[in-house]
Write a protein that binds this ligand. Structure first.
Ligand SMILES: Cc1ncc(COP(=O)(O)O)c(C=O)c1O
Length: 328
């Protein structure tokens, strides 16, 4: 299948349930004050609550299939949602999946729980690298692909989080989907779209999508792992690669980065964050995880407190999934 929204057809496999719902959660406003909060339910894309990752994989895995690969190699933290999504999607499509997972010391974790358990269940082959080796992850995956080539296999390597131009493209189509459903579902101007930002695929895709669909209000990236500048640099790199491949000018959306709620960095949390995450579940019936959407919800609540939004605004919180994540 090809995607006709690009200047050139891009192979895509349909993996996600789309469009994902856009739903109103009035009890958040009743309790927190501030704007009307809508949630874009990308936690419902399928593949074991794999969330936004499935949108990115539709393009990567189509690329793998089109180029005759039998194996997909990718990497992440050992509780990576992206790796779990890749393991499950690979199983669906009949592709072997090899995961290069990061642990503090490069050893296998004591307990195979949460995402790691699902990776194994889906049949992915796992190797571990340490935090010290993490900067060399691309070379490590390339070496794995070269070794497999010697054994007669062809591999498709997906970078961390599938956060490159293909992943960005998948997320930008998600933004377009939201723009198509918002007038009918929300029926009011959307004052901001808030999301969890980490490896850059989601933020670059939303920024690209906002620019290309004429959404001029803020797209807010709630950083959960690193200072905003790291994400800004990644988004810039991904956009440059996107412009080279898909054409057009560099996007200029109103992309705003908030890094006041890192809580010590990736996978780290505080009591206040956990309390807010539990509160958000009790006000919505939705599940959030400490690493990603729970931390972003914590940021959102605090930004509401600080008066970032008007009380008659309608804003969207993009739920990017991650329900099986565990603290790394
Ligand atoms: C549940 C969830 N939300 C958000 C993100 C962040 O997306 P990105 O890495 O594209 O910034 C991730 C990345 O792993 C994720 O698993």
């Amino acid at each position: 299948m090809t995607n006709t929204l690009t200047t050139q057809p891009l192979p895509q496999v349909e993996l996600a349930f789309k469009p994902t719902p856009l739903q109103y959660f009035p009890r958040l406003r009743e309790s927190w004050g501030g704007p009307h909060i809508w949630v874009k339910r990308d936690d419902l894309t399928g593949f074991g609550l794999s969330g936004n990752k499935v949108r990115k994989l539709e393009f990567h895995l189509a690329g793998a299939i089109e180029s005759g690969c039998d194996t997909v190699i990718t990497c992440g933290a050992y509780q990576s949602n992206h790796c779990r999504a890749t393991a499950l999607a690979g199983a669906r499509l009949g592709l072997d999946v090899r995961l290069v997972l990061r642990t503090p010391d490069g050893n296998e974790p004591d307990a195979s729980v949460a995402n790691l358990r699902i990776d194994t269940l889906a049949g992915a082959e796992i190797s571990y690298i340490s935090e010290a080796q993490w900067p060399d992850r691309d070379e490590i995956m390339a070496a794995d692909a070269a070794e497999l080539a010697r054994q007669g296999h062809k591999s498709w390597v997906i970078p961390q989080g599938a956060s490159d131009k293909l992943g960005m493209w998948g997320m930008s189509l998600g933004f377009r989907e939201f723009m198509e459903q918002a007038p009918e579902v929300i029926g009011a101007d959307v004052a901001a779209v808030c999301h969890t930002g980490s490896s850059g695929g989601t933020t670059s895709g939303f920024g690209w999508g906002a620019d290309r669909t004429g959404f001029s209000n803020p797209v807010v990236a709630l950083c959960i792992s690193e200072p905003a500048q790291n994400l800004i640099d990644r988004v810039d790199r991904i956009w440059r690669a996107g412009v080279e491949t898909f054409g057009g000018e560099m996007p200029q959306p109103d992309l705003q980065y908030v890094d006041d709620y890192l809580c010590g960095g990736y996978g780290k949390s505080t009591d206040e964050l956990v309390e807010t995450m539990v509160e958000a579940t009790r006000l919505t019936g939705l599940l959030f995880d400490v690493t990603y959407t729970g931390k972003a919800m914590y940021g959102l609540k605090n930004e509401i407190r600080k008066g970032r939004f008007d009380s008659d605004d309608h804003i969207v919180f993009w739920h990017t999934g991650g329900g099986f994540g565990a603290v790394n």
